[in-house]
Design a protein around this ligand. Structure first.
Ligand code: PGA
Length: 256
């Protein structure tokens, strides 16, 4: 069984490097006794280099990359650039990038980015999840399509390191409600079945399927016990070192 993993998605926060260093330092301090759980902070690109110098214990990740290595792509950042700065992970296909202000990334684009991330040596964290839950269970087909298209052409060898974050869009952000652990459990089994049909059971044993969407220190335990989550992708809670460290510590007590 793989180690549980908690990945903080800072999104477009905070507003200055000074605040980022403070937030990261406080988070590191609160997690000083954590040994068995993998902790990742995905900060804005700009802060990665400085944060890297503060702690080796917490891994760093980006929240996006472009699929080309170098060249005339104004405003873009490549996987090689992120890897060379010392980051290890990259979130890809987040719903906020799949919508209009994220450039309307579709599965085909996410697929290209996954391939590029793997080539650069980064571990991709792929977000999937439906916009709405309908009575006819169309949402299952929606998530299946996301997985099949995003992982099109990915080799059996590459799949074992990938992390999948099930983040139903309706559960993300201020005012939203998290999925129930049962709803996650159903998806967890469903996603594993799709992967196993595509890549073979033995190749997907190491794949971690984590939950994201209004995760906090109060609901994390149930997602692990009842939902069998391999970890979490908290957004808002990652901006609060106390809350974030409580989520990590819940994983820590349950990690073998
Ligand atoms: P949230 O965000 O925890 O603030 O709901 C999660 C995410 O979008 O990754």
């Amino acid at each position: 069984m793989s180690k549980k993993i908690v990945i903080g998605n800072w999104k477009m926060n905070p507003a200055s490097l000074k605040e980022a260093e403070k937030l990261f330092t406080e988070t590191v301090k609160m997690l000083s006794d954590v040994k068995k759980t993998e902790v990742v902070i995905c900060s804005p690109f700009l802060y990665l280099e400085k944060l890297k110098k503060i702690s080796k214990k917490i891994s760093l990740g980006a929240q996006n990359i472009f699929w080309e290595e170098v060249g005339a792509y104004t405003g873009e950042v490549s996987g090689d650039m992120v890897y060379n700065i010392g980051a290890k992970y990259v979130i890809l296909g987040h719903s906020e990038r799949r919508n209009f202000f994220g450039g309307g990334e579709n599965n085909e684009i996410v697929n290209k980015k996954i391939k590029s991330a793997i080539k650069s040596g980064l571990i991709p964290i792929i977000c999937v999840g439906e916009n709405v839950r309908d009575e006819n269970h169309e949402y299952l087909n929606f998530v299946k399509k996301q997985i099949e298209e995003c992982f099109n052409g990915i080799s059996k060898n590459s799949i074992s390191k990938i992390i999948i974050a099930y983040e139903p869009v309706w559960a993300i952000g201020k005012g939203a409600y998290p999925a129930t652990p049962e709803e996650f459990r159903e998806m967890n089994i469903f996603i594993r079945k799709i992967l196993s049909d595509k890549f073979g059971l033995s190749n997907i044993e190491g794949v971690r399927i984590i939950y994201g969407g209004s995760v906090d220190e109060k609901n994390a335990l149930d997602f692990i016990i009842e939902g069998k989550a391999d970890g979490f992708l908290p957004g808002r809670a990652s901006l609060n070192p106390k809350k974030f460290s409580k989520i990590v510590k819940i994983c820590e007590t349950l990690n073998k």
